[in-house]
Design a protein around this ligand. Structure first.
Ligand code: HEM
Length: 126
């Protein structure tokens, strides 16, 4: 899968481990001074599920995200939130810590990190 390097991650790690990373990530987001205020206070579980479903799909697992949310349109869906360098860097920092907690082999870990860092940069709108 050289043209889609992250597409095999779920097959290698299993969806459960991807979901566990997102659960750890959201546990930190919820109490983060900079990022928590951006998220809907009454739908933390829904937000966690949307990101987990998206990543599982993007990493080659179940298509549930597309079935429930349609096309990701991530730039458009993030337009309501002011995402500058600080927000991007904090998001990436919390995600890296969540990934570290999964104790993955270096190859899938680095692939996952690079993908998430690149998308986070792409989503900056300030
Ligand atoms: C750069 C820093 C980022 C910030 C501050 C941010 C913030 C947010 C916020 C506030 C939401 C709304 C929560 C909800 O109700 O679903 C959201 C949704 C979402 N974010 Fe991000 N995000 C960032 C980066 C990313 C990255 C890197 C990805 C993917 C690799 C991503 C994927 C998603 C997805 C899939 C949703 C749900 C979209 C939907 O179906 O409505 N975000 N994000």
């Amino acid at each position: 899968m050289s043209d889609d390097p992250v597409g095999g991650i779920c097959a290698e790690l299993g969806e459960d481990r991807v979901r566990a990373i997102v659960a750890r990530f959201y546990a930190r987001i919820r109490s983060d001074d900079l990022l928590a205020p951006l998220y809907p206070d009454d739908d933390w579980e829904g937000a966690e599920e949307r990101l987990a479903d998206f990543l599982v799909m993007r990493f080659g697992g179940s298509q549930r995200y597309a079935e429930t949310r349609g096309h990701p349109r991530l730039r458009m869906r993030h337009a309501p939130f002011a995402i500058g360098q600080r927000e991007r860097d904090r998001w990436v920092e919390l995600m890296d810590r969540a990934i570290d907690g999964a104790e993955l082999d270096p190859a899938p870990r680095d692939l996952m990190r690079r993908f998430l860092h690149d998308v986070a940069t792409f989503l900056m709108n300030r």
